[in-house]
Write a protein that binds this ligand. Structure first.
Ligand code: NAD
Length: 486
């Protein structure tokens, strides 16, 4: 890696830094200033092939695949420890590349370390079973690693989303090629080097950078790839599933969301309002599981709206490196345009801007990609703005009359990732949790997850689950062995 005022990064393949095959680079921006932060290699299909070859070679070498699994776990633990030691540097890099406030970036890096700690502990607990069968036979199963796994990562949580799928894949003895989103490649590149320093053998983790269509396609369709884990939009997930079908590679798809937060009249409105705010304005709303649709019972709508509007208007927008910044910029100018277009189209459909809905005009925010925290009122559940993911700091507000009405409206969309319920009534809470079509339900809680709790979507939000013990089943294959003892 060169060190200049604007550094040029390289890709990490086979345990070494390498230039892209084409020799081309592209600029990576700081969204808070609009300035070029670094250059990264613009990889092509040749780079994809080389990275899969390196991962395949590392898988065929028994050093990693057949390593004592406790030892493999200790390597993952060492990676987590080293990451914690460098938490501050990684967090600063994440903030300057993604735009999120530094406190949130620190949380991301700690969560990345937690994913490695959790799966480090599971590395020597990937057990098969013995199965009673007729006759004098002994039948048992073995859970084996798959081989080369590919990890396609979004820009909203650049390191955490990579760590979330890499940790179980590596714990099981697989090797990996990871591709960060082109907006935000920097922390994952540095992480690859950190893994090597922490004892990960060469070629076990490769990181290549460049455009999604070209690189992602070449990786997902590669004949030697056994699994593709994608965190991204529904459209990308569908394309990747189709490409992976050429070699029948497994897919782990973690996709978009348009998530309801349901607030009943009996809820603690003060806490619910804070939960709704955090659920939509954290990370500038660029969250798959953002609580982007508020469904509120008629009786308390005015009360909660008052709190939400004053809360949104009180948020300080700014560079994520400044201590009092509550919300940073969006990741890119092109993304801000998409968010703004979505708001305009919502207004054309009949939504009313209760606050925000614009690019802020303060002088100090002009060069970054800022967008005001936005609340759209008078939104009916079947409007486009209430059904399609915006992926920005935009909350829609829709009233409901009773439980049945709330459920119908909550389940109305094609997505099913997260849902929130605010109520003091235990019966209502459990009934809603049972009936909501969402992979994650939080009761009296803003969106919250832990490495040990499953994270996955229903319907178009995905086809499996990351995190927790269940995630491991995606990253292994099951072999049955039957031994005739006669
Ligand atoms: P995106 O789909 O544009 O990109 C995701 C990744 O896929 C990037 O690395 C990109 O380069 C790559 N990619 C894009 N097109 C591709 C193609 N044709 N073939 C192969 N790879 C391709 O998504 P994004 O804008 O980076 O992230 C936002 C999306 O991610 C939102 O929809 C959000 O909800 C979703 N997301 C989901 C989760 C989850 O856990 N369910 C978490 C975070 C983000």
């Amino acid at each position: 890696m060169q060190s200049e005022s604007v550094p040029s990064y390289q890709m990490f393949v086979g345990g070494a830094w390498t230039q892209s095959h084409s020799g081309r680079n592209y600029p990576v921006f700081n969204p808070a200033t609009g300035r070029v932060l670094a250059h990264a290699p613009k990889g092509d299909h040749e780079d994809a092939r080389a990275s899969v070859d390196a991962a395949k070679k590392a898988f065929e070498d028994p050093a990693w695949r057949t390593m004592d699994p406790s030892k493999r776990g200790r390597v993952l633990l060492k990676i987590a420890q080293t990451l914690r030691e460098r938490l501050s540097d990684f967090a600063k890099l994440e903030t300057t590349n993604n735009g999120k406030p530094l406190g949130q970036a620190k949380g991301d890096i700690a969560m990345s370390a937690r994913h490695f700690e959790y799966f480090a502990g599971l590395a020597d607990k990937i057990q098969g079973s013995t199965i009673p069968v007729p006759g004098n036979r002994f039948d048992f199963t073995i859970k084996e690693p798959l081989g080369v796994t590919v990890h396609i990562v979004p820009w909203n949580y650049p390191l955490v989303m990579a760590a979330r799928s890499l940790a179980p894949a590596l714990a099981a003895g697989n090797t990996a090629v990871a591709k960060p989103a082109s907006f935000t490649p920097l922390t994952l590149l540095k992480f690859a080097e950190l893994c090597k320093e922490s004892g990960l053998p060469d070629g076990v983790l490769n990181v290549i950078t460049g455009g999604g269509e070209e690189l992602g396609g070449a990786l997902a369709g590669h004949k030697d790839v056994r699994l593709v884990a994608v965190t991204g939009s529904v459209e990308t997930g569908m394309k990747i599933m189709e490409m992976a079908s050429a070699s029948l590679a497994k897919t782990v798809l973690e996709l978009g969301g348009k998530n309801p937060t349901i607030v009943f009249a009996d809820a603690d409105i003060e806490r619910a309002a804070q939960g709704v705010m955090n659920g939509i304005f954290t990370n500038a709303g660029q969250m798959c599981w953002a609580g982007s649709r508020l469904l509120v019972q008629n009786e308390v709508k005015d009360r909660i709206m008052e709190k939400l509007v004053s809360g949104a208007e009180g948020m300080r927008l700014g560079n994520g490196m400044e201590a009092d910044t509550a919300m940073g910029p969006l990741v890119a100018e092109s993304h801000r345009k998409k968010v703004s277009d979505n708001v305009e189209s919502g207004v054309q459909e009949g939504a009313r801007v209760a606050t925000g809905g614009k690019v802020p005009d303060e002088e100090e925010l002009r060069s970054g990609y800022y967008y005001s925290p936005t609340i759209l009122d008078d939104v009916s559940h079947d409007m486009k703005v209430a059904m399609e993911e915006i992926f920005g700091p935009v909350l829609t507000v829709t009233p409901f009359s009773d439980e049945k009405d709330a459920l119908m409206k909550a389940n109305y969309v094609d997505y099913g990732l997260w849902a929130g319920v605010w109520t003091r009534d235990l019966r209502k809470a459990h009934t809603m949790a049972r009936e909501l079509e969402a992979g994650i339900v939080c009761v009296n809680e803003e969106p919250l997850t832990f490495p040990q709790t499953p994270f996955g979507g229903f319907k178009k939000s995905g086809n499996s689950s990351e995190q927790g013990m269940d995630a491991m089943s995606s990253y292994v294959r099951v072999k049955n062995v039957s031994v005739n003892l006669d």
